[in-house]
Design a protein around this ligand. Structure first.
Ligand code: AHR
Length: 868
């Protein structure tokens, strides 16, 4: 789909653009030239595959320079995605094959194939050496036995040795064998490009091939230039622009049904969104399960004792794991005191914020190791010892027992800490030490922080996606998010490393996610791993994205089916009963399941995805499965993902793209050309790169095109949703917060305006602007929807120009419009991060005028006389 549109784009370019004088018809080009393929060592070898061309093998011209035609997708994000010593080979069938080395230590090479050197099929990373590396791979083809042969060098006991494998298809390899070093062909050549010596392979090719690479490079350069448009150049771009006039004609006769689920939210435990964020627990590391592996040993203070300290004299505090409360919760604290006054203190997440007079539920699991019953003082204290509230617990059990009660805060504070001080000397075991505000969202036990949850609810999202993002498919096989580990009593849930480099208690688990969805009237949209972990996993090493072994896939599929039973079945079923016992007798009414999260689309993915998809489809045809098509709006994963989804008739696919405002401005027609017979789209992750009003308006502008394409785009969600100040791994985010404040971005208000003003019918409209310039025209966008629940008509108008647009709105509709409409305007200077919507009532009729301020988003909500 995309390749065709690129081609059309290029043709349009060639026809319409005079600025690219170099794309001219050559009359005396050579029949054939030399093509050189290579990679450089820049950015730790992560710049990918480059080309240069020459007519004489002496003077080389780079195509780019540093234009990357193929990018290595092996290993974790950043510096591990290396392409070292690529070797390009053309097989007799005309197919190009590239093999390269990935690093200095892994016994794996990478392979990718292409027909045209522009579109590359999925990469594979065969593990060919167990304990040695795989350097400088070379390639040949034996036309007699039709086998491809890959040879490489390996460091064995400090010496270089040569090895080879053969394969008929790049899926099946005969085991590696050693070959004489002299069998290596050493076909790489050195050439000089712009004064630099580069090593790679030389090929004699038809001029047309080089021409197509040059055109691709020019097209990319043109796109980059368009997509990097910013307001900084607005003063030049729109130098002569005066206030504009526009007419917007809304035509009732051309209306279509659109999705009523268009705006939802994407929740992922990234940036401390869950623990220390939306999940209202105030104690950090309540279960003593933090582990140095959460941060791969980088932080010496990050261990089972994190956030805890001893206070007073004559006490020791250690961590033990003998006879824990539950095997999933293996560690607990052992507190030995010899003097009264010593105890254990928790610092919370950047302190504990409390409010005067409010009630806090505390609970703690205690085991009296010495079997002597103990009175425990549980206190909220200030940094300098102020008493913010206290209570006592009589812990008399010799085995694990939960004690709980309520504390009232005597003061409002942000720096509180919780301390547990035994009033009898001795040894005591403590675990699951918890403190919750009673005022959670909807007063739920084990609930959500009320202010944050309300901010999310105020978007009026039609669905909530959870638990990610990359958290859903995890860092390596062992880190895949397993829903069953996140339900049931808190002490039996299985905490784990959070892929974003911290810890996940699973206190906010599937039950709580579903409950939140129900509480705000949003459809639950769980996303489960497609049997493969994140392709950017730090763990897993060679054979990256090796999926769950097929022998374990049956159980994995069963887990998915059990999830549907847990969510939707009555109490007579095994999993329905478990849900009911957890406090929700009625089904949760699950309708959507995402399978996979922007995975690397290869055979390993396809085999597992297909298995899960078919099982769900067969057993639960009522569930809409959402597939995945990679992390970009184009490229191999996108194309292959769409191909699989189309072939399997997957109802919907999840697209992701984080792009510049210029991309959103220049791609408003992205879905206009989508094939309506193919799967529907869930735009599950998108955002422009910033939190200014300029960014927010580019998203608002793009959202008009999503409403226009609401027949093919069924759902959308900005990502990520939440970020705790001081703990962000990803920027920008929609809502920032700390322990006491919630700080929505301007982008949030765009989401909110769309969420609160969604509709289910789209009405065609025509916009005529007094200035016909394309760059002006595309910065004014309009969409009109009708909401069948309220019978309101809603007009959204975005003006991304530095001047106001005096607009005449003509409503050629049959709806009996009332004379007063609610208008909301979000406007500001382009780099404004503080702009907020301003609401007023305006007089309207079927033909009225409305001024769109410079850099603004205006929503007019028309009431009608139609009865509900
Ligand atoms: O939204 C942040 C991350 O972006 C998600 O976890 C992942 O799916 C994407 O790469």
């Amino acid at each position: 789909m995309k390749r065709t549109s690129l081609l059309l784009c290029l043709i349009a370019l060639l026809v319409g653009q005079t600025t690219f004088g170099s794309i001219t018809q050559m009359t005396n080009q050579p029949d054939s030239v030399y093509l050189f393929s290579y990679s450089t060592t820049r950015n730790s070898n992560t710049n990918g595959l480059h080309f240069a061309w020459s007519t004489n093998q002496e003077n080389w011209t780079s195509i780019g320079p540093e234009m990357r035609f193929l990018f290595c997708d092996y290993g974790r994000w950043g510096v591990e995605k290396r392409m070292i010593t690529p070797f390009l080979f053309r097989a007799p069938d005309g197919m190009w094959h590239c093999v390269w080395s990935l690093n200095e230590h892994t016994g794996t090479f990478a392979h990718a194939a292409s027909k045209d050197l522009i579109y590359w099929l999925p990469q594979t990373y065969p593990v060919v050496m167990k304990d040695n590396n795989c350097l400088e791979p070379e390639f040949s083809f034996n036309s007699t036995d039709k086998q491809y042969k890959i040879t490489w060098l390996s460091t064995v006991d400090g010496a270089k040795k040569a090895f080879c494998v053969t394969t008929p298809d790049f899926k099946n390899y005969i085991p590696a064998k050693e070959i004489p070093l002299t069998d290596r062909r050493n076909q790489r050549k050195k050439v000089t490009i712009s004064g630099n010596t580069e090593i790679g392979t030389v090929h004699k090719v038809a001029w047309e091939l080089v021409e197509s690479l040059l055109n691709k490079q020019k097209l990319n350069a043109y796109r980059d230039q368009q997509w990097s448009e910013t307001t900084k150049t607005d003063s030049i771009r729109f130098v002569s622009l005066k206030n504009l006039d526009a007419t917007i004609t809304i035509d009732n006769s051309k209306s279509k049904k659109i999705s009523d689920l268009l705006v939802g939210v994407f929740f992922e435990d990234i940036n401390y969104a869950a623990d220390g964020g939306l999940y209202a627990e105030l104690i950090q590391n309540r279960d003593f399960e933090y582990a140095s592996s959460d941060k791969e040993g980088r932080d010496k203070s990050w261990n089972s004792a994190k956030a805890w300290r001893l206070k007073g004299n004559g006490a020791t505090f250690s961590i033990d794991s003998v006879s824990p409360i539950h095997a999933n919760n293996a560690h607990y604290a052992v507190l030995k005191t010899t003097e009264i006054g010593a105890g254990l203190v928790n610092e919370g997440f950047d302190g504990i914020a409390i409010k005067l007079g409010e009630k806090y539920d505390y609970s703690v699991f205690v085991r009296n190791q010495d079997r002597k019953s103990k009175k425990l003082l549980v206190r909220l204290i200030g940094k300098t010892g102020e008493n913010y509230g206290e209570t006592t617990v009589l812990a008399n059990a010799g085995e694990w027992k939960k004690y709980e009660g309520v504390m009232i805060a005597k003061q409002t504070a942000t720096d509180a800490q919780l301390e547990i001080v035994p009033q009898t000397a001795g040894t005591i075991n403590l675990d699951m030490i918890s403190l919750f505000p009673q005022k959670t969202f909807k007063d739920r036990k084990n609930g959500l922080r009320a202010d944050l949850a309300q901010t999310i609810a105020d978007i009026q999202p039609r669905f909530i996606r959870f638990p990610g993002g990359c958290v859903a498919h995890g860092d390596g096989l062992g880190n895949i998010y397993r829903w069953k580990n996140t339900v049931g009593p808190l002490e039996s849930r299985k905490p784990q490393k959070n892929l974003w480099g911290y810890h996940q208690t699973a206190g906010l688990g599937y039950f709580e996610y579903f409950q939140f969805c129900e509480d705000i009237g949003a459809a639950p949209l769980p996303v489960i791993a497609a049997g493969v972990p994140c392709q950017n996993s730090a763990t897993g090493g060679a054979g990256q994205q090796g999926g769950i072994p097929m022998c374990d896939m049956y159980n994995y599929v069963q887990d998915v089916l059990d999830l549907i039973e847990w969510a939707n079945s009555d109490m007579k079923t095994k999993w329905g009963k478990i849900r009911a016992e957890a406090g929700h007798p009625q089904p949760f009414n699950l309708k959507y399941i995402g399978i996979g999260n922007e995975d690397l689309i290869n055979d390993i993915f396809e085999e597992r995805f297909t298995m899960i998809y078919k099982a769900v489809k067969e057993k639960h045809p009522e569930i809409t499965v959402i597939g995945t098509v990679g992390p970009s709006f184009e490229g191999t994963d996108y194309v292959e993902g769409w191909e699989i989804a189309t072939r399997l008739r997957v109802p919907m696919v999840d697209e992701h793209y984080y792009q510049s405002p210029g991309w959103f401005i220049n791609n408003q027609d992205y879905y206009d050309k989508y094939d309506r017979s193919k799967p529907k789209v869930y735009l599950g992750e998108y955002a422009s790169w910033g939190s200014t009003i300029y960014n927010a308006l580019s998203e608002a502008l793009y959202l008009t095109s999503l409403e226009r394409n609401g027949d093919v785009v069924s759902m959308t969600s900005y990502a990520p949703l939440l970020a705790k100040e001081g703990h962000t791994q990803w920027n920008p985010d929609l809502i920032y917060f700390n322990n006491t404040e919630v700080k929505p971005t301007v982008n949030y208000f765009v989401q909110q305006l769309y969420g609160q003003n969604s509709g289910d019918t789209y009405l065609a409209s025509e916009v005529r602007i007094s200035d016909k310039n394309e760059s002006v025209r595309k910065r004014v966008a309009v969409s009109v929807v009708r909401d069948s629940k309220s019978n309101d008509l809603i007009l959204k108008m975005v003006n991304m120009l530095p001047v106001a647009v005096n607009t005449q709105v003509k409503l050629e509709v049959t709806d009996p419009i009332l004379p007063s409409a609610m208008r909301t305007v979000l406007a500001g200077t382009p780099d404004d991060k503080k702009a907020r919507p301003v609401i007023d009532n305006m007089e309207v009729s079927n033909n009225f005028s409305c001024k769109l301020p410079a850099y603004s988003f205006t929503v007019v909500r028309f009431k009608t006389k139609l009865k509900l």
